[in-house]
Design a protein around this ligand. Structure first.
Ligand SMILES: *[C@@H]1O[C@H](CO)[C@@H](O)[C@H](O)[C@H]1NC(C)=O
Ligand SMILES: *[C@@H]1O[C@H](CO)[C@@H](O)[C@H](O)[C@H]1NC(C)=O
Ligand SMILES: *[C@@H]1O[C@H](CO)[C@@H](O)[C@H](O)[C@H]1NC(C)=O
Ligand SMILES: *[C@@H]1O[C@H](CO)[C@@H](O)[C@H](O)[C@H]1NC(C)=O
Ligand SMILES: *[C@@H]1O[C@H](CO)[C@@H](O)[C@H](O)[C@H]1NC(C)=O
Ligand SMILES: *[C@@H]1O[C@H](CO)[C@@H](O)[C@H](O)[C@H]1NC(C)=O
Length: 389
């Protein structure tokens, strides 16, 4: 469905040109809230499948615009490592200080626990920024995992956001070559190199053998350079800590994100993490009744990690197959039982959809459909294995 894929991208590009970023959805009240930046990945996949250079030419400058959005003052944070080298990384930050229009009552009720107007506005900004991350909601963004008023997403340098931006820089570097702009290509390949170094200097934890979100101080001024502190890495285990493995699926001419030895250590750490369950990878280890926490498993996280493992060496490939098999099996069992695909699944119970959160989930479900199709194409129907749970 190349035409459909292209027109979806053209719709997103239209919104990007109009609002300066890809909004959280095509609704007027999302025009102050972005989303995880994966547009460049979509463009590159379309180009790989179709070889359509004209299409790349049409959208190329919009990708540069999205990149500068994520490098802008409110998103870019400079952190000096142990050796005094300054690195740039990015964070989520919605330009919004009101209740979310789609959940105004819930947000006002939550904010009523706070006294000052300034504190309420700050909370509203944190809520919208969390929605921007896609992980709404999760203990990952909270200072106190049982108290939603402690959401602090804008104080966090997220592993996954910077993984996506590294990928964006790599993609723009490749697409610039396609349109014959060698200088821009070199600039973005340099930028991806710098972000690779930044991710490994600021987010990598060599003791835990995984990448960790980095927390800025509570009184953070985003204009200043922060000194890196080991205790500011969030040592809680989230599936996002393993998302950079995904980058192993995308070689550039000068860099492989993690070599096989390092990837194997990350894989061992994933195996020991407590995230792997009978029916997939859990989002976190904590059951908070938030939907981006235990015991929910989400299709994009299974996909990012399994795709990464698949390109990380022969040991890792086996684990990728195992994860994909478990995921296909639980999706199939739930489909047989309910006649529908689901937004999220319970990783402890094969065939069960997930729960928690603030809304009644819709069935359908785009990203679950996409990931199951991708796994089936990549790994085939789990041969010789029981399809039922
Ligand atoms: C970090 O960002 C600042 C501001 O955009 C820029 O001046 C600087 O060159 C960047 N540093 C690196 C190492 O990319
Ligand atoms: C949305 O962003 C615009 C432009 O930055 C700003 O003027 C407006 O106040 C923002 N709206 C809210 C509710 O924060
Ligand atoms: C976390 O929030 C809960 C309220 O949900 C409160 O009872 C508890 O004392 C808080 N914990 C800390 C360490 O502040
Ligand atoms: C751009 O680089 C390619 C090699 O990657 C080269 O073949 C081409 O001539 C260069 N174009 C320009 C305009 O320098
Ligand atoms: C890319 O990095 C190299 C090496 O640091 C530097 O010589 C070159 O000028 C950079 N190119 C661009 C376009 O920034
Ligand atoms: C998670 O917590 C909720 C609320 O306390 C509870 O109903 C549910 O059974 C728990 N799930 C698991 C898997 O522990």
């Amino acid at each position: 469905m190349y035409d459909t894929a292209k027109t979806i991208v053209l719709n997103l590009v239209y919104l990007l040109e109009k609002y300066g970023f890809v909004p959280n959805g095509a609704r007027s009240y999302y025009t102050n809230r972005s989303q995880p930046p994966l547009l460049s990945s979509m463009v590159l996949e379309i180009y790989r499948a179709t070889g359509d250079v004209e299409f790349v030419r049409t959208v190329f400058h919009s990708l540069l615009k999205e990149h500068s959005f994520w490098m802008s003052e409110i998103h870019n944070v400079a952190i000096a490592d142990n050796h005094g080298r300054v690195h740039n990384l990015s964070r989520y930050q919605a330009r919004w200080n009101k209740p979310r229009p789609e959940s105004a009552t819930i947000d006002e009720e939550l904010a009523s626990k706070l006294n000052s107007m300034a504190a309420k506005e700050k909370l509203y900004c944190e809520i919208a920024s969390t929605a921007e991350s896609g992980w709404d909601f999760s203990s990952r963004w909270m200072r106190n995992s049982t108290d939603m008023t402690t959401l602090a997403t804008t104080y966090i340098i997220p592993v996954d956001l910077n993984t996506f931006l590294f990928k964006m820089e790599l993609d723009i570097g490749a697409l610039a070559k396609v349109v014959g702009d060698n200088a821009t290509s070199e600039f973005f390949l340099n930028a991806s190199k710098a972000r690779h170094i930044a991710i490994d200097s600021i987010l990598w934890n060599s003791e835990m053998e995984q990448w960790l979100d980095y927390w800025l101080p509570g009184d953070a001024d985003c204009q200043e350079v922060h000194e890196w502190k080991p205790n500011s890495q969030n040592r809680n285990i989230f599936a996002s800590n393993f998302v950079p493995l995904w980058l192993n699926a995308y070689h550039s001419e000068f860099v492989r994100f993690a070599d096989e030895a390092k990837s194997n250590r990350v894989m061992a750490s994933l195996k020991a993490s407590g995230l792997l369950h009978a029916a997939g990878i859990a989002t976190s280890l904590t059951n908070t009744s938030q939907q981006w926490d235990f015991p929910n498993g989400w299709a994009p996280l299974q996909h990012l990690i399994a795709e990464g493992l698949l390109h990380s060496g022969s040991e890792a490939k086996k684990l990728a197959e195992d994860i994909a098999t478990r995921w296909v099996r639980t999706n199939y069992a739930a489909y047989k039982a309910t006649g529908a695909m689901h937004e999220k699944y319970d990783v402890e119970a094969c065939g069960e959809s997930g729960g928690g959160g603030e809304y009644k989930p819709q069935t359908g479900f785009g990203w679950s459909n996409g990931v199951v199709l991708s796994f089936l194409e990549e790994f085939g129907w789990p041969e010789g294995k029981e399809i039922a749970c």
